[in-house]
Design a protein around this ligand. Structure first.
Ligand SMILES: CC(C)(COP(=O)(O)OP(=O)(O)OC[C@H]1O[C@@H](n2cnc3c(N)ncnc32)[C@H](O)[C@@H]1OP(=O)(O)O)[C@@H](O)C(=O)NCCC(=O)NCCS
Length: 376
């Protein structure tokens, strides 16, 4: 098979009406709406509704959807036990994988893949995953869990449960915007994994557990942690160019750059860069200027290799400025992406055929089995 065929580049796997990307022009749309306009004008809950149901909600629909999300924030006690236990020995993405699986144990719709049941499960998962993630992190630090606050929307409540104090409106808006940009991204690796799993007619929780496992990898969602760890290792703006040169001279990859689909800068990176510029104004003055370091890295990587940023380059420091520790960055991405994975599972179950590609066989030709005494 050719290098191009490797990784299924350009292969159309499914019909989908959820998200479209124009990689030549750097355009990302959810159900036809430009992602930048959604970030400017909508909240994460509206975007969830749009992705799951196909259209933006009217005010009554939004109010009722928010109510459903609120009710779903509490997690069953047996999941609390899994969370508390895993906080002692599991890394955040390992814990996410297990906790999402545990969320299916007592889900009342677990046996059904019907449209309405899938919508209910998706709504529950969107709300439950932040609750389990925040509880996990507080237990990890030996702190008491902070329970969801019904007065707060998704982003503010997420920060409240993690920090144990009310976030500023600005911080909640930043997380809301990042969450919208993380919500879906067409046929990326984890979404493909979710659809392959869903296409066996198994349940939504199983598909999302598989998607979390795929997102964890450093070439996919794990790249945001890799970016932030890299910035910390480099340590200061003056050292960025030499570090980039050294990596590229040794043929190594730089996290946060390159994309299988975009030929120009990822539109989410453009928005995140502006958010990062403002976030730095509120950053800790005793820490290096992560934003300036990222900008410098962007410039140097482009000069040397012509590569442009993807979503993870600027999301890393933006989330770090919000107080997310490095090892929680991919888990936050996963929590936000639950909506996109769910929308794709729903779509897959509505028009399903098992996904079963084929291979270009490169093993030995047919041969005789040696008689037993000749075997090693
Ligand atoms: C995203 C990614 C997996 C896409 O992979 P891909 O479409 O298969 O592209 P390839 O890995 O084949 O890269 C094509 C060329 O660009 C180079 N390249 C791609 N991304 C690069 C990066 N981040 N740093 C340095 N070189 C890179 C490759 O080395 C290759 O160069 P070559 O033709 O000289 O060998 C890849 O760009 C990558 O690993 N990026 C870093 C991880 C990351 O940020 N992931 C998040 C994606 S949203």
């Amino acid at each position: 098979m050719s290098e191009n065929d490797k990784g299924l580049r350009g292969v159309v796997a499914v019909d989908s009406g959820i998200t479209s990307i124009d990689g030549e022009r750097g355009i990302l749309r959810y159900r036809g709406y430009d992602v930048g306009e959604l970030v400017e004008n909508c909240c994460f809950e509206e975007v969830c509704y749009l992705l799951l149901r196909g259209d933006l909600p009217n005010p009554e629909e939004l109010a009722s959807f928010k109510e459903e999300l609120l009710i779903a924030r509490t997690i069953p006690t047996e999941v609390e036990a899994v969370v508390d236990d895993s906080a002692h020995y599991a890394r955040p993405m390992e814990a996410m994988r297990s906790m999402c699986s545990a969320l299916s144990f007592s889900d009342p719709d677990k046996a059904s893949n019907e449209y309405d049941a899938n919508l209910r499960k998706a709504t529950r998962l969107i709300s439950q995953v932040p609750t389990v993630m925040a509880r996990y992190r507080r237990r990890y630090y030996g702190l008491e869990p902070v329970y969801p606050d019904p007065e707060l929307d998704y982003a503010a409540n997420f920060l409240w449960m993690l920090r144990g104090e009310l976030p500023s409106e600005e911080d909640a808006k930043v997380l809301d915007s990042v969450s919208i940009m993380h919500a879906d991204h067409e046929m990326n690796a984890s979404t493909f994994a979710a659809r392959v799993i869903a296409a066996t007619c198994t349940d939504m929780h199983s598909a999302i557990v598989g998607a979390i496992a795929a997102l964890k990898g450093p070439l996919h969602g794990g790249a945001n942690e890799w970016v932030m760890a890299t910035l910390k290792r480099i340590g200061s703006e003056e050292k960025v160019d030499a570090w980039v040169d050294d990596m590229l001279d040794r043929g190594r990859k730089i996290p946060g750059f390159g994309h299988a689909i975009y030929k120009v800068t990822d539109p989410r990176a453009i928005i995140l860069k502006e958010i990062g510029r403002k976030a730095f104004d509120r950053a800790n003055p005793n820490e290096p200027n992560w934003f300036a370091m990222t900008e410098r890295m962007e410039r140097r990587v482009f000069e040397r290799k012509g590569l442009v940023p993807n979503v993870d380059l600027y999301s890393a420091s933006v989330l770090y400025y919000l107080g997310f520790p490095i090892d929680l960055l991919t888990a936050l991405f996963a929590a936000n992406r639950v909506v996109g994975w769910s929308a794709h599972v729903i779509e897959q179950h509505l028009d399903n055929r098992i996904i079963r590609p084929t291979i270009n066989y490169t093993g030995p030709p047919a041969r005789e089995l040696p008689v037993s005494q000749e075997r090693a």
